[in-house]
Design a protein around this ligand. Structure first.
Ligand SMILES: [Zn+2]
Length: 240
């Protein structure tokens, strides 16, 4: 009896052994295939990309948001830069205009044809015969020849008739501030006056004609330049 049991055990062992060999040679069972697929999911494989986790998706979304927010910021900065460039261009234009205005103010227009017959300074007066300040420059010329505004400004005085203390017919133009000084010019002994008080004139505009009215020995323009209210040498400003 005992010999019989031993035989059965041997047979069983042998059967088990032969079955084990047989398993290795056979194609994988369904369980083995599922296990392999799970293993591939864990390890990752070339054919099948791994399914992203929620954390990975959130990270991807955050990355996209950050990138688009970067693009929006770049666009905003570009717009701001363009606006700033516009402002700078406008400012440069204003500076150039102001520089042009100042260049314009720094040069004066020779107010009538002819040279200087008597300059600014003390002299023996040609009619009165006494030494006194000649407070302007005598220029030109023939009676009736045009007089032009030496600088842009506003006419502040017109004396159309009379002796006027020797000045004869005369006008005055206020040029405002030039190089930090209030500058005005006055045109004396005129024949014809062609402007009115309050009228704005440009440099070189015709304002009247040369005469010999008032205390004068002959046809000429007496030009006075007032610097902060004081008569100064007009030739400091007005160059031929
Ligand atoms: Zn004079």
């Amino acid at each position: 009896m005992a010999g019989g049991i031993a035989a059965i055990i041997t047979i069983t062992a042998s059967t088990s052994h032969s079955m084990g060999v047989a398993l290795a040679d056979q194609p994988p069972t369904r369980v083995a295939a599922a296990d392999q697929a799970r293993q591939q999911r864990v390890n990752g494989s070339a054919e099948q990309p791994p399914t992203p986790t929620i954390g990975e998706l959130v990270a991807q979304r955050n990355q996209l948001l950050a990138r688009s927010s970067d693009r929006i910021e770049a666009g905003r900065q570009q717009t701001a830069l363009a606006a700033r460039q516009d402002i700078l261009a406008d400012a440069a234009e204003s500076v150039e205009e102001e520089a042009e205005r100042l260049r314009n103010l720094s040069t004066f227009y020779w107010p009538t044809d002819g040279g200087v017959s008597s300059g600014f300074g003390y002299r023996i007066h040609p009619i009165l015969g006494i030494r006194r300040l000649h407070n302007g420059a005598d220029i030109g010329g023939d009676c009736g020849q045009p007089i032009w505004a030496a600088q842009a400004g506003t006419v502040t005085k017109v004396a159309p008739t009379g002796y006027n203390g020797g000045s004869g017919r005369n006008i005055r133009i206020d040029h405002g501030e030039i190089d930090g000084n209030d500058i005005q010019t006055a045109y004396l002994h005129m024949n014809k006056i062609e402007v009115k008080v309050g009228q704005k004139v440009n440099k070189g505009d015709r304002i009247g004609t040369v005469g010999t009215t008032g205390l004068s020995t002959g046809c000429h323009l007496h030009l006075t330049l007032y610097k902060n209210g004081r008569a100064s040498d007009p030739l400091d400003y007005i160059k031929k």
